[in-house]
Design a protein around this ligand. Structure first.
Ligand SMILES: Nc1ncnc2c1ncn2[C@@H]1O[C@H](COP(=O)(O)OP(=O)(O)OP(=O)(O)O)[C@@H](O)[C@H]1O
Length: 346
């Protein structure tokens, strides 16, 4: 078993706490993404797991082995942890084959491990003799993953491995990497500042903010039920509208809604989270509740700015439409919400 457990990890750098009481469990063979803004502590967390640095407090264990935080620390090269850096960090003077072989023991070098690892990341034998500069960015990242997987590590750490790739290559490389990780069954942590990447990567997403994990759980659950309004906004387009709660129903300028999750705590004034995908616009309704303030057409998409009811609330809504003329500045429409809302204290 290679379940990775971080317990109460704290790390100071330059006299400042960079990680504060971080607790996270990554079950054996599963994938977790850690997402946070620049400087939130993501790379520091990976460095501690890899063994490049040690925590000031807390423990890191892998299966039954205490890696850090005990009487002694297991050194990086004995941890069974592979690491893939942002730019792949391939050795430029070594071929693909030599790069993948680099971390293998003498006996493993003679085995079929190099060919297996290359095949796992879909690097064909025709590329094995090439040097890194003769590969595309996506191929370089896949070779870097093959090099990390070749020694059969228990854990692989990916530090923003797709961020240097352009959009199309990024999506295809990500799919190839996920497939290779799935086949190898290795426990994986990916750190990224890209919310979509984090939400689509694995079994668990952990949000890190100012060195603390603010929420962790299955991606669909975390997206559906962000514990704070800040997390809701961080994870994707969020409309937060004032609401009044009466008889366990949330009343907003859009109408009345079922409350899916209530995070008001002791606060009484509240706001409701609505995702743009929940909004329906009816241009023919006899009971309009919003007026179109501005429309911008970008190809098949329209960006519609609406003023809701008699409030001062404005919302900007991306709409895909086959009939762009439906939305005109000054027209009234009815906006309704499909599904329930999550509410927070204001
Ligand atoms: N050696 C160091 N000495 C002092 N402060 C450091 C050191 N290394 C990192 N920091 C600080 O620790 C904080 C967390 O850094 P870290 O690199 O872990 O963040 P990150 O979330 O990975 O950021 P990015 O997405 O920009 O790579 C930052 O504020 C950074 O300035």
């Amino acid at each position: 078993m290679s379940t990775l457990v971080l317990t109460d990890i704290t790390k100071y750098l330059g006299g400042r706490p960079v990680l504060r009481s971080v607790t996270l469990t990554v079950p054996s063979g599963s994938r977790t993404s850690v997402v946070g803004a620049s400087g939130s502590g993501k790379s520091t967390l990976l460095r501690l797991i890899a063994g490049f640095d040690i925590p000031d407090a807390g423990q890191i264990s892998l299966g039954d082995t205490l890696l850090a935080g005990g009487a002694s620390t297991v050194p990086a090269h004995r941890r069974g942890v592979g690491y893939v850096a942002q730019d792949g960090a391939l050795f430029p003077h070594l071929t693909v084959e030599q790069n993948i072989r680099f971390g293998l023991s003498r006996s493993a070098r003679r085995s079929t491990r190099v060919a297996e690892a290359a095949a796992l990341v879909a690097i064909g034998s025709n590329l094995l003799g090439r040097y890194p500069h003769e590969l595309s960015g996506g191929q370089q990242q896949r070779v870097a993953l093959a090099r990390a997987l070749a020694p059969s590590p228990q854990v692989v750490l990916l530090d923003e491995p797709f961020s240097a790739l352009d959009t199309g290559l990024r999506a295809s490389t990500r799919r190839a990497v996920i497939e290779a990780l799935e086949q190898s069954g290795v426990t994986t942590i990916l750190v990224t500042h890209d919310q979509e990447e984090a939400l689509s990567f694995g079994d668990q997403v952990a949000i890190i903010d100012g060195g603390r994990i603010s929420q962790a759980g299955p991606p669909a659950e975390v997206f559906d039920n962000p514990h704070t309004a800040d997390i809701a906004e961080f994870l994707g387009d969020a409309i937060l509208v004032p609401c009044v709660v009466r008889d366990d129903v949330a009343h907003t300028a859009f109408g009345s809604h079922v409350i899916k999750h209530d995070h008001r705590g002791s606060g009484d004034v509240s706001k409701a989270l609505v995702r743009p995908a929940q909004l329906m616009i009816d241009t023919e309704s006899p009971t309009p509740n919003a007026v179109i303030i501005d429309v911008q057409t970008i190809g098949a998409k329209q960006d519609v700015l609406l003023k809701i009811g008699s409030t001062r609330e404005m919302i900007r809504l991306p709409v895909v439409t086959a009939a762009p003329q439906s939305y005109r500045t000054g027209h009234t429409v009815q906006v309704s919400v499909v599904g329930g809302v999550v509410i927070y204290a204001s």
